[in-house]
Design a protein around this ligand. Structure first.
Ligand code: FES
Length: 112
């Protein structure tokens, strides 16, 4: 039996994890991850993107590079700092199928 068709075409996991003030790794929430994730969700809806899910995620263990998102099925990671970064990820990757190279994280980058 083969796998069923994917329910979502793309699934974006956006870290909104919070750590206590002073934690050595910091957190994506302290770096603005929640407002960026909420903005991404609103913009994705406004753009009418279908079969796309923007989910808040717990810690993805790349905290120092955050706020971070990972997009499946490609498994491409981005760091994002501004609303403009979010717009570019949505327009270029999610809508257009391209890559935002200036924000993309490579596997060897951990920030640790
Ligand atoms: S707090 Fe976001 S990756 Fe760890």
């Amino acid at each position: 039996m083969s796998d069923p068709e994917a329910y979502y075409r793309l699934h974006v996991f956006s870290c909104t994890n919070e750590r206590p003030e002073g934690h050595p790794r910091g957190s994506c929430l302290q770096r603005g991850g929640l407002k960026l994730r909420n903005y991404m969700k609103v913009r994705a809806k406004e753009l009418g993107l279908e079969k796309i899910r923007i989910n808040a995620a717990g810690c993805l263990d790349r905290c120092e590079l955050g706020p971070v998102v990972v997009i499946y099925p490609e498994g491409v990671w981005y760091t994002m700092k501004t609303f403009e970064d979010v717009d570019e990820i949505l327009n270029v990757h999610v809508q257009g199928g391209g890559r935002v190279e200036r924000l993309m994280l490579q596997p060897e980058e951990t920030g640790k």
